[in-house]
Write a protein that binds this ligand. Structure first.
Ligand SMILES: Cc1cc2nc3c(=O)[nH]c(=O)nc-3n(C[C@H](O)[C@H](O)[C@H](O)COP(=O)(O)OP(=O)(O)OC[C@H]3O[C@@H](n4cnc5c(N)ncnc54)[C@H](O)[C@@H]3O)c2cc1C
Length: 466
């Protein structure tokens, strides 16, 4: 059984269904029968990019999902071809696509994945149900206790495997302590980032196809980071999200939103947004701390229990890694089931593999977040303490080179989209390319919108340098 019918829960259900007779997914929300928002996933009001690394895994677990999303109006953004981005280092050259992302509202992503999974007759999703606690002991978890929200009696559901996919708020750490297990190591890196999002109707010419436009902070500047992203989504809409680290948080008022856009490192986003019609007010969020629970490091781990998704590791959303990491975690569960069935050692093997797959997004995001002023850090990870400086210097070198060198850009895209291991950045080709810098590579000196895109967005001012 699976606790939580979010992205991690439904993908874990799909992985489980290949190895067991029935999978029951319980969620406290009444689950909508369409792409509608719901209370249990409040972050759905904000920009959610699904990187190719996650999209491919979702496709392998639930074939046909990508096509359904695109048919429902999601945009496929080729990377970096359809990207107009001012990174910390400068404007990114729009090289031919090596990776991609799916751009859609989160309710559409969630609904499509849930509906695809529910098409499997072995999977049953039950909403309106609170999970109360675990059954079993520190050696083996045998099920959960739950309570339907309206009917009100506590019941027991026995299961060979219990997957916790209850998100950032999962009570698992507390439940395991209640079983007498040793404390689990918890690392936190919190840049204090706040989010503010508003949805607009795209200008007519830009409704069907438009690049993703982003203006990012320079984390080396020693000031709070301020970012903006315009994501084209279904129904001809633009989802515009502003985000700022502690001391640079975006306001949640409409006037404040417009004023904050003007404070980004380049006026491009402000100009694009000024030509679009607002469809909503401003929504805010502060659930952005990087938090990782090292369940994989506990010496003893109960049989029959696996923790996946945000319940294991939640990331600063500005890097867009959460859903893809959840998908990779579900695939790791699938691989462990393939190897051991639901038999002894499966849960421990799966938990270790999940710990490994969350490590790349963890280190990518946290190593940048620690550069911002007033960041809260609770970690013993030497990559974020003793070796932080040299690792940062290497990441900056790659970030700089990726702007104008297609080989470095492809490697960086592969890692950032969670499509390959971080050691792609150490390949001989990348090393050779880095050796060519600064001689090689053409770096754009201003926004990279084409004339056609400028016309589509009714933008009249000329491309300007940073
Ligand atoms: C502002 C913001 C923006 C983000 N942007 C991106 C992005 O661009 N790209 C990206 O990949 N990720 C992004 N993320 C991260 C992404 O939202 C999460 O990584 C993803 O939702 C994790 O999925 P999950 O299934 O683990 O958890 P959730 O989606 O949180 O789902 C947990 C589920 O468990 C249920 N539940 C919880 N407790 C109980 C209980 N006791 N009983 C029953 N049910 C319960 C909830 O109702 C919910 O359905 C963003 C996050 C935030 C906060």
């Amino acid at each position: 059984m699976v606790l939580g019918a979010g992205m991690a829960g439904m993908l874990a259900a799909a992985a489980l269904a290949r190895h067991v007779d029935t999978v029951t997914v319980l969620d406290r929300d009444r689950l909508p029968g369409d792409a509608d928002p719901r209370k249990g996933v409040p972050q759905a009001r904000h920009t959610h990019v699904l990187w190719s690394g996650g999209a491919r895994v979702i496709e392998s677990l639930l074939p046909g999902t990508t096509e359904r999303l695109l048919e429902a109006g999601a945009h496929r953004i080729g990377l970096p071809e359809d990207l107009v981005s001012l990174t910390a280092y400068g404007w990114q050259q729009r090289f031919p696509e090596t990776q991609f992302m799916i751009a859609a509202g989160r309710p559409l992503l969630d609904w499509t994945v849930r509906d695809q999974a529910q098409a499997d007759p072995r999977i049953t999703v039950i909403g309106d149900t609170d999970i109360i606690g675990l059954r079993g002991d520190a050696e083996r978890i045998t099920g959960v206790t739950y309570k339907p929200r309206r009917q009100g009696t506590v019941s027991v559901l026995d299961a060979d495997v219990v997957v916790d996919a209850a998100g950032r708020g999962s009570p698992m750490k507390r439940w395991l302590a209640g079983l007498g297990m040793p404390a689990v190591q918890e690392d936190v890196v919190d840049s204090g980032m706040a989010y503010a999002t508003r949805i607009f109707r795209a200008p007519e010419g830009a409704a069907k196809r438009f690049p993703l436009v982003s203006v990012y902070a320079d984390h080396r500047a020693g000031v709070p980071g301020r970012n903006g992203i315009l994501l084209p989504i279904e129904d001809g809409r633009w989802m515009v999200t502003l985000s700022g680290t502690r001391g640079g948080e975006p306001p949640n008022t409409e006037d404040g939103f417009t004023a904050y856009l003007e404070t980004l490192r380049h006026p491009l986003l402000a100009e694009l947004v000024s030509r679009a019609e607002p469809l909503t007010g401003v929504q805010a969020s502060r659930s952005t701390a990087n938090r990782r629970l090292f369940y994989d490091r506990l010496v003893d781990w109960p049989e029959g229990l696996v923790v996946v998704g945000d319940a294991v590791a939640a990331f600063n959303p500005v890097y867009g890694h959460g859903m893809s990491a959840a998908a990779l975690g579900a695939a790791a569960l699938g691989a462990a089931l393939e190897e051991s069935g639901v038999g002894p050692g499966m849960a421990r093997g799966a938990q270790r593999a999940i710990g490994a797959v969350v490590d790349t997004p963890w280190s990518l995001g946290t190593s940048q977040d620690i550069c911002y002023p007033d960041v809260y850090i609770e970690t013993r990870d030497p990559r974020l303490t003793r070796y932080a400086g040299e690792r940062r210097a290497q990441a900056d070198l790659i970030g700089e080179a990726a702007l104008g060198d297609p080989v470095v850009c492809a490697a960086a895209m592969q890692v950032n989209t969670l499509s390959g291991a971080a050691d792609a950045l150490q390949s001989p080709e990348v090393r050779a390319a880095l050796g060519r810098i600064p001689a090689g590579g053409v770096r754009p000196d201003g926004p990279t919108l084409t004339e056609e895109e400028r016309g589509a967005a009714a933008l009249v001012v000329a491309n300007q340098s940073e």
